[in-house]
Design a protein around this ligand. Structure first.
Ligand code: ATP
Ligand code: LTN
Length: 333
């Protein structure tokens, strides 16, 4: 049918540092094809980022860089809504309300909270604890169908679904129930030095992570020193987590299947393979890096994009917020 509504997508990334290929492959790269099939809304979630201490100047820079990266990676601001979370206060208004419909026990079970509170033992603030409620608000405000994220966020999207279900059950249908959409290959890109750990932008060891700002030489050097094993064969299996991770990355970067890759490197050493992965990733990231730097020189354009994005987002968000406020008994202003 011609004017049937497209399903709605919402996702976001925190401007909490420089992006890694984990963020790129696990999130942004999967967003690109969705602009044809979905109505997409992407946020730069600065309010989430402050659950961990941020230097104000660095936060401002990372926020703009992230918007520039979204565009440079191929998201068209005309087709997608892109905005900075703190510009749409409806997120915070809904978050307070939903806090009152979320249980302490539910939040205590969130893996990311346990993880981040052990890493930031001197700053286990209430925001870090209630962060999944803000994320649920992000998602539910837009009547979102699909939430494309890396595997680590599945638990949070499921919580958003539980909160929505609870609210709908207490009142009447108010929120759409969202689904996590997780790339099969890209769900969890692993650290290059400790391939049993997720690649994470907060990793102190720069050799473990490929940053979107890395130069070609840095990328190739990091892949050359990636941890492998002593089996000496390019085979996709759990016994070789380092090689498995490199095959995954190479497969996404080149579009080749696992079987094609195993065949391509049959009888060849790890040296050749690592060089090929490094080169493929450098080729993939070069245009994104160059375009991001170019866009960052045009602050007026970026401002136009985020202002228009916030206006469009706020209009949609307000409709849901009005409904929620009415249902719980707040008097209309
Ligand atoms: P931090 O390490 O500081 O917690 P992060 O690298 O996990 O940050 P986020 O802003 O929390 O970054 O995540 C942005 C998006 O990237 C999310 O959808 C997340 O699931 C995805 N993502 C992050 N790391 C990976 C990874 N290693 N593999 C696949 N997806 C990832
Ligand atoms: N919690 C996510 C970032 C995030 C998000 C969202 C993702 C905040 N709000 C809404 C999808 C939808 C993270 O840490 N990666």
């Amino acid at each position: 049918m011609e004017n049937q509504r497209k399903p709605i997508v919402f996702s976001g990334i925190q401007p909490s540092g420089r992006l890694t290929i984990g963020n790129y492959l696990g999130a942004i790269n999967n967003w690109i094809p969705m602009e044809e099939t979905h109505d997409c809304i992407y946020s730069i979630v600065d309010a989430h980022a402050i659950t961990v201490r941020q230097e104000p100047k660095a936060l401002r820079e990372a926020t703009l860089r992230l918007l520039a990266t979204y565009i440079a990676a191929g998201l068209d601001p005309k087709k997608n809504i892109m905005f900075i979370q703190s510009h749409v206060p409806q997120h915070f208004e809904l978050a307070w309300i939903l806090n009152c419909y979320t249980m302490f026990g539910e939040l205590s079970r969130m893996t990311q909270f346990k993880d981040k509170s052990s890493k930031n033992a001197d700053n286990i603030n209430a925001g870090l604890f209630t962060y999944p409620v803000l994320m649920a608000s992000d998602i539910l405000l837009y009547q979102t169908d699909d939430v494309p994220v890396g595997g680590d966020q599945k638990q949070h999207v499921e919580l958003a679904r539980d909160i929505a279900n609870r609210f709908n059950g207490l009142y009447s249908d108010t929120f759409k129930l969202p689904n996590p959409v997780i790339g099969k290959k890209s769900a969890k890109i692993m650290s290059l030095q400790e391939p049993d750990k997720k690649m994470s932008k907060s990793d102190k060891n720069e050799k473990s992570i490929i940053l979107l700002t890395d130069t070609d030489d840095q990328i190739i050097k990091k892949f050359k020193s990636a941890v492998t094993d002593s089996l000496g064969q390019v085979k996709y299996c759990d016994e070789q987590p380092g090689i498995k991770n490199l095959i995954t990355i190479y497969s996404i970067a080149t579009g080749k299947t696992i079987e094609e890759i195993e065949l391509e490197f049959e009888g060849k050493g790890y040296g050749d393979f690592k060089m090929a992965v490094g080169t493929a990733v450098a080729d993939m990231l070069r245009p994104v890096r160059t375009k991001t730097d170019e866009l960052l020189k045009n602050k007026d354009y970026l401002e136009e994009v985020y202002k228009e994005g916030a206006e469009r987002a706020a209009r949609i968000a307000q409709r849901t917020l009005d409904k929620v406020q009415r249902k719980i008994g707040f008097i209309h202003r």
